[in-house]
Design a protein. Structure first.
Length: 210
């Protein structure tokens, strides 16, 4: 969100410069911008490998990559200004780079918002988790299934398993937890076992009940 606010500030300034382009020192623009490309590009490369498994690392990667893109755009603008004298190139490139940053970070913002609302992580198919639990030996039905991100790298699950034959033992729970982690990356699973006694129904059976 801070990155998007910064982009908005850059875009607003660029629009004003399009109307009245100020004089610029093209040579110094190119030198400083190339240095920015090298520093920010190298830093982004350090985060490249972990960007898919951790939202924080992805945010840092996108931030550094965005800075490198901005610096590259500034270098290109400086070169064009030096060659042609077109002062309006600088704010135009700023607007183009701002649009690219918004495009690249929108997904990150959406995923971060989803985590703050405890939604199902985008990498996990809720229906597939439900089908897996429903197919476990002795399970008659599954309800009150919740899957959410505990952090940028850890996912939790809670669910009620209706097992008429009674509690299956710790080996069953251990095996289910292991498979949930192996198949879906869910490392914190809490499973509540119920007999399905009609005289004592669970109030969370209905799907619309949270």
């Amino acid at each position: 969100m801070v990155l998007l606010l910064a982009v908005g500030s850059i875009a607003w300034e660029a629009i004003g410069r399009l109307v009245e382009p100020p004089a610029t020192q093209a040579v110094w623009i190119i030198v400083v911008a190339i240095a920015g490309v090298l520093v920010n590009g190298g830093t982004a490369a350090l985060f490249f490998g972990g960007r898919k498994r951790d939202l924080n690392i992805r945010g840092a990667y996108l931030h550094m990559a965005a800075d490198a893109a901005v610096s590259l755009g500034v270098a290109v603008a400086g070169g064009l200004i030096l060659a042609t004298g077109w002062l309006w190139v600088d704010p135009l490139v700023s607007l183009l780079v701002s649009a690219l940053i918004v495009y690249g970070t929108w997904g990150l913002l959406r995923e971060a918002l989803g985590m703050s609302l405890h939604s199902v992580p985008s990498s996990i198919r809720y229906a597939a988790v439900m089908d897996y639990l429903d197919a476990l030996p002795g399970v008659a039905s599954v309800h009150d299934l919740h899957v959410w991100g505990m952090s940028t790298a850890e996912t939790a699950l809670t669910a009620h398993l209706v097992m008429p034959q009674g509690h299956p033992g710790d080996a069953f729970l251990e095996g289910a937890a292991h498979e949930l982690e192996r198949r879906f990356g869910i490392c914190h699973a809490t499973l509540q076992i119920e007999h399905g006694d009609a005289g004592h129904p669970c109030k969370l059976v209905e799907q619309h009940v949270v």
